[in-house]
Structures are given as C-alpha cells and as structure tokens.
Write a protein that binds this ligand. Sequence first.
Ligand code: OGA
Ligand code: MN
Length: 284
Amino acid sequence: MLQVIPSEAAVGADIDGVDLAQPMTAEAFGTIHRAWMQHLVLRFRDQALTDNQLMAFSRNFGALDRNPRHAKTEHRQIDDSIDYVNVISNVVENGRAIGGLGHYEAKWHSDMSYNPLPPMASALYALEVPPAGGDTSFANMYTAYETLPEATRDRIAGLGCVHDSSLNSVGQLRVGFEAVVDPRKTPGAVHPLVRTHPVSGRPCLFLGRRRNAFIPGLELAESEELLDMLWAHATAPDHTWTQQWRVGDLVLWDNRAALHRRDDFDGAERRVMHRTQIVGDRPF
Ligand code: OGA
Ligand code: MN
C-alpha cells in the first residue's frame, strides 16, 4: 500500500510501500506526483536499484538531462563522456575520483541553474553512506517567497539574477572557466528572481546559487545587499528539512521550487550516490 507520510518540516515526505525497481502503474505515479508537487522532496527508503532502474524510474517524470560539466581538480581526470547517471562521491580509485563534489560542504543551490533550461528535478540514490556527516538539507522556496515582507516582494518583482556557471556547488572551478572577480561579469543564465512554477502556477523564489550572483540593473552593492537578505530569509530553518542518509534511500527533489545543500563529511569515509536529473523548462 502506497503511503505518503509528510515530514514535520516545511518540505519533504516519505513514500512508503513502493518498489521503484518495478515499472510503475499510472495510478501509483499519479499519487507520487501529487505528493511531490505538495511536498517538493520525496524520500523512498529501502530501495535496491541498478542504474537502469534509477533511470527508468526517473523517466516517469520526463526526459533525462545530461551530466553537468565536471569540475577541474587535482585528483580528477576530465571525463567528457555523455552519461545520464551522475556519480556524486569522494571515492578515489586508481588515483582517479569516481564522482564529483568530494567530501566537501556543498552550499545551498539549485542543480544546473546556470543553464538556460535548468532541470525540473534531480533524484539522488544512496549506495554507500558515511557513518556521520554528508546530510542533505532542502529549503521550500514557495514558503520563502510567501513569507517575505510585501515591500520586498514588490521590490523583486520583475528582477532577474545571474546564476554562476564558473563554480560547482562545492566551489571548484569548472573546466574552461576563469575565476570571477567582478559579479557584474559572472557567466551563466539570467533567470527571474521570482519564478512561476509551471505545474502549480504558484510563485516561488528562484535564487540558484549565491556565489558570484548578481541582479542586472542594480548597483553591485545594492545587488549584494538584496541577495544577502533574500538568501538569509530563504534558508532560515523555518523553510528547511534535513535528510540523514541510509543506504537504499532515493530522494527526489523539485529543483524549481526547492534549494538544497550538503554537509561535509570525513574524507576517509566512503560516500557513493548516483544521481539523475530530469529536463526542465525555461523559468518564467
Ligand atoms: C547533488 C548534490 C548533495 C549530496 O547531487 O546535486 O548537491 O547530498 N548533492 O551529495
Ligand atoms: Mn546539487
């Protein structure tokens, strides 16, 4: 029996009673999709998935997006292979990192928001987790928007923001990019600060990533001040929920209306996650 069990927080629900390795009925998918739209982040525990099953489940929601470009790191060779399963891991094999983001903290972000068409969703599946650390938190950008003072909502209506493509979410420079020294020249897509969710029709904040962000049309100092205020508000504990991983957890998030971040963890421990990302549309 499929069951939706909401978290106590502003975001997140557990879905019990479904084996994601099996093809899904339209009815089960309907229930899951409705719960997803309501809670933004769904957790499915005790799954056992091959990459093909992870991809098949993800394709219920739409076409898969390609891996983001890989970061340039000392221990990492550049792998440009086109692949839909993105390995997120600190594990090094034969002198080569098997995945991205290492064991570092990942600051609040929305995945691949520097692209003109950021993914609608990401699904992250845990194969190996460290005994401590590496928790992933999520923040609800509907409630973040709705709880802004009216004057701030008026002020940001119609403004855009540039989403930095030069750094990944742990702050590593991506291949082929130079370090940004002036946020007014940050490379990356410009999206509305307030977007309309294409399914719910509701407005939500779309902040993307703080590093090197800039609001075109404002003075740099004004942009910094406004962004700092919006970020502090949006990521306050009232809007967030934290996932402590167990092996076999799959967490699916709405990348349009939720931000996420990850705690660092002991680099001597192993953490291996496989991620798919689902194609989204242009924010409006
Ligand atoms: C991601 C990400 C979080 C984590 O895969 O997009 O930000 O918990 N990872 O590793
Ligand atoms: Mn991410």
